[in-house]
Design a protein around this ligand. Structure first.
Ligand code: SAH
Length: 404
């Protein structure tokens, strides 16, 4: 195996279980004897050693500023049965905390670095797991990963692989990047999954991400608690997660808005399935900023608004603009909230930290001149764990505000 030697003192973060080796920390690369070319190949397994020749771990080589993502600390090679053991460990956590139940068969099984599997995401929808690789190394291991999931998770029959949008775009990668890796049950055309007793149509073939936003489950449940008799706006609704919980919580009316017509079609399907006689829900395909301006011009107000926009900052250099975007959209929402109303506002941009997001919302409140108090500070749920040594794993944050 190729060996990566680090510069002196660069081993410290690895000894603390931070799983990334940055290219700047590397002193030299010793290719294994049968290697062609003059550098490791993207996705290749490499062994990382300190300047003093201690074994630090084994991981996948990447091209870019993160050069290695460690899979096994303190090991020279991946142990036999590695994938099964890791998937088992991830499954056990979800089982132990009571997440997997007949009324909740929608959950994240593997959350990358948070489950000691950097570059790998697995979401489970009833009997299908959707696997997403974010690194060439994980892509190359997809078949072993699929087999391990089916062996470990009793409910899972099918593995769908969906990495067309997540693999490094410059890399030369073996095809296919999408499609079934394992398919034992046939019904994959019209697929339903259950979250806290609510049915959701999941479209992993054409939908965003793995087909659903699993990370808002706990925050949706909080909306349900506050929705009774409220006029609710679910902005950036996607498949209507927050809308269904608000309806179950007894909302007077719910308006769901998303720029994507496909998303709006799914919201309507989901509402019809769970609340077949509901007449108090409307779904509209519209741009958020335009919708809020138009509603405001017509004098419309709400008791409860949910703002769950897409990541405004995908990279560090986009943070400034993103913060302006958060301020603008939050100001528009706060303006439209009745006295004594509530705003649920989120950011899923990893590059925008809690403090920066809170400051953007503070600026929005100050701009509009309303009295605003924080009732809850929200974050990603328990099936999106954060390795305490890898704070980069924290990405979802939210505030629940009481607006006077
Ligand atoms: N709240 C959702 C997830 C939201 S993801 C849930 O609980 O599942 C972000 C959504 O914002 C996507 O569905 C995307 O289509 C939508 N979106 C992106 N830009 C938008 C815009 N300018 N106006 C309205 N919706 C937008």
């Amino acid at each position: 195996m190729t060996t990566i030697y680090l510069k002196p003192k660069k081993e410290e973060s690895l000894k603390r279980y931070h799983p990334w080796v940055f290219s700047g920390a590397i002193a030299r690369v010793v290719l294994d004897a049968k290697h062609e070319g003059d550098a490791p190949e993207e996705g290749e397994l490499v062994c990382v050693r300190s300047a003093a020749n201690e074994v630090l771990g084994v991981g996948h080589w990447q091209i870019g500023s993160i050069a290695v993502r460690i899979l096994a600390f303190g090991a020279e090679a991946l142990p036999n049965g590695f994938w099964k053991e890791r998937i088992q460990a991830a499954y056990q956590v979800r089982e132990a905390i009571g997440l997997i139940r007949p009324e909740n068969d929608t959950y994240r099984l593997v959350h990358g670095e948070g489950d000691w599997l950097p570059g790998l995401i697995v979401d489970v929808y009833a009997d299908t797991a959707v696997v997403q690789a974010h690194s060439v190394g994980m892509h190359e291991c997809r078949k072993e990963i699929a087999e391990a999931i089916v062996a470990v998770v009793p409910q899972v029959q099918n593995i769908y692989y969906k990495s067309d949008d997540t693999l490094p775009f410059k890399a030369e990668i073996s095809e296919p990047k999408v499609g079934y890796l394992i398919q034992n049950s046939k019904n994959c055309e019209e697929f339903w999954s259950t979250e806290n007793g609510l049915a959701f149509r999941i479209d992993w073939l054409k939908g965003q991400k793995t087909g659903f936003f699993v990370d808002q489950r706990e925050n949706r449940a909080l909306v349900e608690r506050y929705a009774k008799d409220k006029d609710v706006l679910n902005m950036f609704c996607y498949t209507g997660g927050f809308s269904l919980y608000a309806l179950r919580g007894g909302a007077k009316r719910v308006d769901s808005v998303d720029v994507s017509q496909k998303a709006i079609d799914l919201v309507n399907i989901n509402v019809a399935k769970n609340f077949p006689v509901a007449t108090n829900h409307t779904a509209v395909a519209a741009d958020a900023f335009e919708y809020l301006s138009k509603q405001k011009a017509e004098g419309k107000t709400y008791d409860l608004i949910i703002l769950d926009p897409p990541a405004f900052a995908k990279h560090r250099d986009a943070v400034k603009n993103a913060l302006r975007g958060y301020q603008r959209i939050n100001a528009k929402a706060i303006e439209m909230i009745r006295k004594g109303g509530i705003l649920f506002t989120f950011s899923c941009s990893q590059a925008v930290d809690k403090e920066a997001f809170r400051l953007a919302v503070f600026s929005a409140a100050a701009q509009v001149g309303r009295k605003v108090r924080i009732l809850h500070q929200l974050h990603q749920p328990q099936d999106h764990p954060i390795n305490i040594y890898h704070p980069e794993g924290e990405y979802l944050k939210g505030l629940v505000l009481y607006i006077e």
